[in-house]
Design a binder for this molecule. Sequence first.
Ligand code: PAF
Length: 270
Amino acid sequence: MKTVETVEELRTLLRPWRQEDRHIGFVPTMGGLHAGHESLIRRANSECAVTVTSIFVNPLQFSPSEDYDRYPRDHARDALLAEAAGTDILFMPTPEGLFPASPLTTVSVAKLSEELEGASRPGHFAGVATIVTKLFNIVQPTKAYFGEKDWQQLEILRQMVEDLSIPVEIVPCAVVRAEDGLALSTRNSYLSPDERRAALALVRAARAGREAAAAGGDAAVAAARILEDEDLVTIDYTAIWRDRMMVAGWVGRTSYLTENIAIREEAPRP
Ligand code: PAF
């Protein structure tokens, strides 16, 4: 694995694959890598001639009151994990390298970015869409891999790629869960043991919502009931949105967690 910091180094390294028209796979991350990221990298590695993983804690997607400063930044550990999963090129730009001056351009996907998580975190999805567009322009991947864990993000990026005719295939990858059922997320590392137990209410709520929907009931109400019973969870939303049962809330004082499951069982990927 080669690790590079600058856009120039990355472009030089990728030139042979681009010239030969081979598949360039891209896994954008903010670090804090876990088995969910690992699954994206493994999939990219199995489908592409070269796999690029980026690690960049994107300031554009954090509001001033959020966890930008305390977001995990264990680069040595992340590099080991990225390499073991099959990354060929690890792109780790610095904030000054990527943004020598504050950018004046924003990419934002209307409507979809204002709903659900977007309503509680104004500007968050524009920050994601802007950095992903910039990274796509730098890496110019043919395939980019995103977890279904962040379903709203995935739908927004699909829309963005479609609307702007960005020549990349977005590849959605299934949620990876811990043994107890909680979806893996870098932010799970903030949870105390009590909060971690409480976070499972989000999983139960998503399942209850799906069951209610299947029985013709009110999915949002069924899911909300479960969350209301858990003292350590402050509910943000429960809703069926684009074929998924979506729930989110704050666990403890600060950790904002989301969960989603398909409302219909999906056939496993061949
Ligand atoms: O999903 C994430 O980790 C981030 O939102 C992303 C896509 C890497 C953009 O910073």
